[in-house]
Design a protein around this ligand. Structure first.
Ligand SMILES: *Cc1c(COP(=O)(O)O)cnc(C)c1O
Length: 253
């Protein structure tokens, strides 16, 4: 009895996710076409935070290969429950140094690297976990905060644009880590609030300068449910989409 109910629930949810995924796919494809970019240039990362492991499983069955989480407490058990699925796990939330030992065990990419202390902690944990020896190095993206003029991460995370080159060098030199690119979340406050085009254009400039010294740092992680078209137009290689695929998130406690 219960089993039937679960199966029916799964079938309904699968259909809903398939429909929403198709809509997002159409948006990405449309934005690529409009920008004259090949569709393969852009990777969809589905942000599954607050949604159950069962949704991750359904997404994998529907062909999703990249998922993201933003809190270790939630991500660690979910990744463990989905360990056999062919998924790349991205960590996109603010990261405290006391969580890095856990994060490096399941994350392939960390998008929220924003300070030296975090680089040091990630490197130590990554090496201990075999990254750079029996496992690939941990991919690190520098999170740029466009509501900061100078300096390093505070409340919302991210570092000022002018701090990128130095931190990129630190990541590149850190054992177990590789500098994979840049990431941003369009700011909610400050002069660039509500101007995603300008924000993403600036991220592109930062990426261009970064690639001059770190040619392998090609990832540009930008764009969410509300602004993925602007990000694709501005050269994003990875969009991080939650709500548009999974629906409105259950409230966080
Ligand atoms: C939640 C989250 C997203 C996805 O946001 P949606 O608006 O639900 O698409 C993208 N990036 C980060 C860093 C997030 O925390």
């Amino acid at each position: 009895m219960t089993e039937t109910t679960d199966e029916q629930h799964d079938e309904q949810r699968r259909a809903e996710l398939a429909r929403r995924l198709a809509q997002v796919e159409e948006r990405i494809a449309g934005a690529c076409a409009a920008a004259g970019r090949p569709r393969e240039d852009v990777t969809l990362i589905v942000v599954t935070k607050t949604h159950p492991a069962r949704d991750v499983r359904l997404l994998a069955e529907l062909g999703v290969r990249h998922v993201a989480e933003n809190r270790d407490q939630e991500a660690a058990p979910k990744a463990a429950a989905c360990a056999e699925l062919p998924l790349t796990w991205h960590f996109v939330g603010q990261l405290q140094t006391n969580k890095v030992r856990s994060v490096v065990t399941y994350a392939d990419m960390v998008h929220s690297v924003d300070r030296h202390r975090l680089v040091t902690a990630l490197s130590k944990a990554a090496v201990r976990a075999g990254r750079g020896s029996r496992l690939p190095e941990l991919g690190c993206l520098l999170q740029v905060a466009f509501d900061k003029e100078t300096g390093q991460g505070d409340g919302r995370g991210g570092l000022a644009p002018d701090a990128v080159p130095e931190l990129a060098d630190a990541v590149a030199e850190a054992p177990g880590l590789r500098c994979a690119g840049v990431m941003t979340v369009a700011p909610l406050e400050g002069p660039l609030a509500g101007k995603p085009k300008e924000v993403f254009a600036r991220l592109w400039d930062i990426s261009t300068r970064l690639r001059a010294t770190h040619p392998a740092a090609t990832m540009i992680s930008a764009g969410m449910s509300g602004d993925l078209e602007e990000a694709v137009t501005a050269g994003a290689t990875h969009v991080r989409v939650g709500t548009a695929v999974l629906g409105v998130r259950p409230r966080l406690r």
